[in-house]
Design a protein around this ligand. Structure first.
Ligand SMILES: O=c1ccn([C@@H]2O[C@H](COP(=O)(O)OP(=O)(O)O[C@H]3O[C@@H](CO)[C@H](O)[C@H]3O)[C@@H](O)[C@H]2O)c(=O)[nH]1
Ligand code: MN
Length: 345
């Protein structure tokens, strides 16, 4: 991390359809940071933001004004709209959180500073090429275990840090329906690198990433109004991101920190959003597992555009949605480059 103070290197992106009173609980940890609020739904609605926070707020009207003919690629009436915040930020790091996620406590009863842990995760290397059975080898009080190749102990740069949730777990609708009262009470004191060539179900509720390393891959797809699926926004972004991270030799970590997820969304509404995705993902996953990208390419935007064409040819047979999604991926990159000209270079 450069000599620039951390608070000036990280933006917090919040998608919302609610007043942001939840920030009161986060004030000790979030107040020093700049917030990017993506107000979804009715742009004329006034949402309240507690005093004392430094923020910029974008409504659908703003997204359309800024992106023009590319605005359609940003979802409407779905938490996927958050990725517009990733695009407009000028900072190196992004932390994104849902407005029904609160400060969790660790087993000692201390409040968890999610930003402190995510930045620790981001600033220490990842180990995607060889699994360390004592988990994060760079953590105080642990190390690489016997048999771990010394040639791999430098690790690789970390592109993404995926946090977890106590209380309401991020279950899909079918699981939620059969286990309506299940709560996650298990605090696992661990951070792991997701091994190379292994996909994982990335949840957008408590997520940090390095915009410079992987930002253009964090498109949350076409969800919400007018789209045949929902609640696969973060999953899509996670699969694309992991394939590109594997291609570039970058790491994705999961585990600490925890947030307290307070609200279970309606499983019946969720099922309606998810059900096509539940079938389609049985083809999407093998597609990503077998996806290879041009070995000569190292630019994330270029890799993402190549991926878009492979989505069109490799998934278009499932449903016309994937052809539209491929176009959305391209529009996203054009929007990214419009707002981040340095990336084009
Ligand atoms: O139309 C909408 C609905 C919601 N939001 C904002 O998005 C987040 C998440 O909303 P919520 O907590 O109500 O829904 P969850 O089911 O818990 O969301 C999680 O599941 C996945 C859905 O894709 C996703 O990974 C998680 O977000 C809140 O901040 C809402 O205010 C919205 O912007 N637009
Ligand atoms: Mn929620």
């Amino acid at each position: 991390m450069s000599s620039v103070p951390l608070k000036d290197q990280l933006d917090i992106v919040i998608p919302t359809i609610r007043d942001l009173g939840f920030l009161e609980q986060w004030r000790p940890f979030f107040q020093p940071y700049h917030l990017i609020i993506i107000q979804d739904g009715d742009p004329t609605r006034k949402i309240s933001v507690p005093e004392g926070f430094d923020y910029e707020l974008y409504t659908r009207t703003d997204i359309e004004r800024i992106l023009g003919d590319k605005a359609w690629a940003i979802s409407f009436k779905d938490s996927a709209c958050r990725c517009f915040g990733f695009m407009v930020s000028k900072k190196r790091y992004i932390y994104t959180i849902d407005d029904d996620c609160f400060v969790a406590k660790n087993p000692s009863g201390d409040d968890i500073n999610v930003l402190e842990q995510h930045i620790k995760n981001m600033l220490s290397p990842s180990t995607p090429f060889f699994f360390n059975t004592l988990y994060d080898p760079y953590r105080e009080g642990t190390d690489f275990v016997r048999g771990y190749p010394f040639s791999l102990r430098d690790g690789v740069p970390t592109a993404l840090s995926h946090g977890l949730w106590l209380n309401i777990p991020d279950y899909d609708a079918p699981t939620q329906m059969v286990k309506p009262r299940e709560r996650n009470t298990r605090y696992v004191d661990c951070v792991m690198t997701v091994p190379k060539n292994t996909l994982f179900p990335m949840c957008g509720m408590n997520l940090c990433f390095d915009r410079d390393l992987i930002g253009p891959a964090l498109y949350f797809g076409l969800m919400g109004e007018g789209q045949p699926i929902g609640r696969y926004d973060d999953m899509w972004a996670g699969w694309c991101t992991k394939v590109i991270c594997d291609h570039l030799g970058l790491g994705c970590k999961t585990g600490l920190p925890y947030v307290w997820h307070s609200k279970a969304s309606n499983p019946f509404v969720n099922l309606r959003k998810e059900y096509k995705g539940i079938f389609w993902q049985e083809e999407m996953i093998p597609f990503f597992q077998n996806l290879t990208l041009n070995k000569e390419t190292t630019d994330v935007c270029e890799l993402y555009l190549e991926m878009a064409e492979k989505v069109r040819s490799g998934l278009g047979h499932i449903d016309p949605y994937f052809t539209k999604l491929a176009d959305g991926m391209i529009a996203w990159i054009h929007g990214w480059r419009q707002l981040n000209p340095a990336t084009k270079a």
